[in-house]
Structures are given as C-alpha cells and as structure tokens.
Design a protein around this ligand. Sequence first.
Ligand code: GLU
Length: 307
Amino acid sequence: MSGPGRYAPSPTGELHLGNLRTALLAWLSARSAGSGFLLRIEDLDSGRSRERWVGVQLGELGRIGLDWDEEPVRQSERHALYEEAIAELRRQGLIYECFCTRAEIREAASAPHGDLPDGAYPGTCADLSRSQLDRRRSSGRPPALRVRAGAARAGFTDLLCGEVEATVDDFVVRRNDGDFGYNLAVAVDDAEQGIGEVVRGADLLDSTPRQFWLFDRLGLDPPGRYAHVPLMLGPDGSRLAKRHGAVTLEQRTGAGEAADERQATGPGQSVQEVVGEMAASVGLVPAGTECLAGELVERFSWRSLRQ
Ligand code: GLU
C-alpha cells in the first residue's frame, strides 16, 4: 500500500453499524499493512450535515478502538480545490449547465438510452442552442453543472469485486443549490491526500468508474487499491436497517443520546460485544467473541474475510 487508508463518513447522524463495520475493515486493512489511516469528514451536503454529528461519529470510531494519524479534514473547508477541478474540466469543454428538474430527469432517464446504465442522465441539456440556453437561464432556476462524459467507458480493479467497468453518464459535479457533487469531491480529495487504499460500502461501487473518469481527465493519480465491502445484513438477510431495531453503537450500548431509550429496554451490550459481532459477521472471529479493533489487527487479511 503506497499511501494511507481512509474512512470518510458523512455527518448526518450516528454511524449505522454497517458504516462502523466498513470503518473497522478500512482501519484493519491499513494498520495490518503498517500503513497510515486518515479520516475525512464528508460534510458536502449543507442541508443534511450537522456539526454535532462530527463529534458523535469520531466518538463512535474511537470507542471501537480506531485511531487516525492527523486531524480529520473537512470537505466544507476544501471548496477551493473543487472549484479548481471544475475550472479545469471547463477549460477542457467538459462542463455544461443542466436545468432539468428531478421529475424531468426521472422521466427522461426511464427511457432506454444506448448502453447508459438504468437511471443515468440521458444528456437532455448537453447540447442546448444559444437561445434555449438563454431562455433557461432567464427562468431564474439555477443550473446544476454536469460533466460531458460522452458515454466513455471507465473501470478499475476491486480487491473483492474483481474487474469493474461501466459507461460513465453525465453526472453532476455541482448541484443547483451550489453544493459540490460527491464524485468530484471524493476524487479530488483521494488524489490530493495521496490515499493509497479506499475501503467503502458496496453501495458505492457503481460510482467508482465516474471517479476514475475524473482522475483521468484531471490528470490525477488514483489510489492504488479499492475494496468495496459488503453491506451488513440484518437477521432476516436484508440490508441492516432501522426496522431491525438497535443499529447504532449508542443504541446497542445504551450510551450517548440513546441512553434514555435503553433505560426502557434494559442494559445494553458492551462495546466489545458489538465489535466482536461486527468482526464475526465477516468471519474474522468466532461468534460470541468480545474485542476491540486493536485485537483484530494480527488476524486480519482480506483473503480470510467471509463475504
Ligand atoms: N461519505 C460516504 C458515506 O458516508 C463515503 C464515501 C467514500 O468512502 O468514498 O457513505
């Protein structure tokens, strides 16, 4: 691994145990390889991110035994880097304004469009004439900014999922409320921070080809290794969700804001029991083990992971 690993939570609530397990695996992979580990606070979504969740999430990561090498960076403080990346794409003629509403996008995307993946933006605003553009601009609705990807193919190799390749759609790099897009910020940050390994949930697998397209256009070095890890499942085999009951560390252990709830339901689990359960769910330890993250470093290997 040629650079640090990282975990990049969005501060929109307590970490779900699925997120916490992803963080645990990212940390174990980095630390078992003797590498650095960084946290990045992905507070791009100005409507949903809250400062108080930053503290709560860092507390949760610390309680399960993770540590990090530097003060976490925050995407909200890195807007200049994202502006610069958009300016570079614009110089290359790869940015256009999109005035579509959500409903228009849904409707347009439901029609088949060549080999673009389902739900991909079909390029409605890609080639507006001067007068169409003027009319839309004068409507008062601010535009989102999209890339002109030209249905390019992009791919990468994932440690767990193998070769992944996809057609890149004209994804959003800046939303019409001014917030920067996830793929833009993540690609810029992973390259700028010199990240060596990205470990994240398999729900983001489809986004990664877009990030590779960006690395390429922006002349950035991508992280050397990617692992998209399975999502944590509930007892019924479906993705672990609120309806499965206690799904955060606080809810399980009865600490933090959920403490009052716990008093009604009896004593909670220990943090060690919760970490053991997360580790057992991927086959790192036998069921019933109680441990913190540090005790798992020696026995971690991607090969031994049960998916
Ligand atoms: N911020 C994203 C999330 O919390 C993770 C993004 C990433 O790891 O690239 O789901």
